[in-house]
Design a protein around this ligand. Sequence first.
Ligand code: G3P
Length: 224
Amino acid sequence: MIYILDTADLASIKRCNEFYPLSGVTTNPSIIARANTDFWKLLLDIREIIGDEKMLHVQTTAKKAEDIVSEAKLLRERLGENFYVKIPIGEEGLKSTVALKKLGIGVTMTAIFTPSQALMASVAGADFVAPYVNRLDKIGGDGARVVAEIVELLDIHGLDTKVLAASFKNTEQVHKCALCGCHSVTVTEDILKDLISYPLTDAAVEGFDRDWRSVYGNKKISDM
Ligand code: G3P
């Protein structure tokens, strides 16, 4: 499983990058707009925090294939090699994906809601396809089922594209995706925390501390 952080909040990126086994950061125009600050400074700050070896996914705002390619080239030039341009699925997006693969620029095809969209994106050469799980669940769909079908389709057709499931509101959604073999998820800090929290874990750790202190007081192993 590849874990990615879905935010442009620098403090959150710093914290999560320190404590969690993250492979990178994803953003989208809404996330960037929420930060409401200098675009390039924000992205360069994110790059500095995560380092050159981790992935940075940034979405294009262009609509025509030629403009998407230009934006992707500029972003890659300034943000380093481990960069993926996020492109919403559509005709112009597919056309630009083919061109970007020839240039060796990573592509994450985003705003995916159906297995057919994902399959087409993969055949065009997308490195990642990003289905939106919670947005499907919210309208009475089954986001995890869609992710499972995408994983199955890519496997049946021997395609290398990875599924980068996105739009999560709870750990059950993440768990269902992980169970079906989804390659990667992009989540917020809250979800990362929830994924490792459990009341019985806290109770177990408290019990260990209490028992140790009852015999050895505040001594640490290094004092023994
Ligand atoms: O970029 C995709 C993902 O971040 C969307 O999440 O929470 O806006 O549905 P959300």
